[in-house]
Design a protein. Structure first.
Length: 171
């Protein structure tokens, strides 16, 4: 599947954002034209120039602290969280912290080694756009959002757990 497809709004569309900095040498060159996602460290070093540019988002690595981007959330168009390997779950916590603790309301993207099986839970913790690993079909993955009809635990998308929604028993 082409890497230029993203799931946004529960639909597949062309991805206009280019991720830079996954390979360090990319940051030694001028940034490409158009919307670009830069790593947190690059953002912190070049913040003023990037804010002036306007079409910049920030991506967070698994070890990055969400609080480091929190003061700048209003200045970025998109925050993305990188999942470099399928078994790394730190990005779930990052998303939840950005939404709950730091109040981020903008687009929050998960990207990297992601598959269909993760989409339902990624959406629950606050992600609203997804770029799957190249080997996965994003069109087929859309069905993942309908895998479960009941959500037992509270989360970003529905904070009240199921047991709190039950009507009290009448005596």
């Amino acid at each position: 599947m082409p890497r230029d497809l993203v799931i946004r709004g529960r639909a597949v569309e062309a991805d206009t954002w280019r991720v830079v900095g996954l390979v360090a040498e990319e940051l030694a060159q001028p940034l490409p034209a158009g919307p670009v996602l830069v790593p947190l460290a690059y953002w912190k070093e070049h913040r003023a120039d990037l804010v002036a540019r306007g079409d910049v988002g920030v991506w967070l690595a698994p070890a990055d602290e969400p609080r480091e981007i929190a003061p700048d959330l209003a200045a970025v168009k998109l925050v993305a969280v990188h999942f470099p390997k399928n078994g790394d779950g730190r990005g779930y916590s990052t998303a939840s912290l950005l939404r709950r603790r730091h109040g981020y309301q903008g687009e929050l993207r998960a990207f990297g080694d992601l598959s269909r099986d993760q989409l339902f839970i990624l959406a629950r913790v606050g992600f609203d756009s997804f770029r799957l690993a190249e080997r996965h079909d994003p069109h087929a993955a859309l069905a993942a959002f309908e895998d479960f009809s009941v959500k037992y635990q509270g989360s970003v998308d529905d904070p009240v757990p199921l047991f709190r929604k039950r009507a009290p028993a009448t005596p």
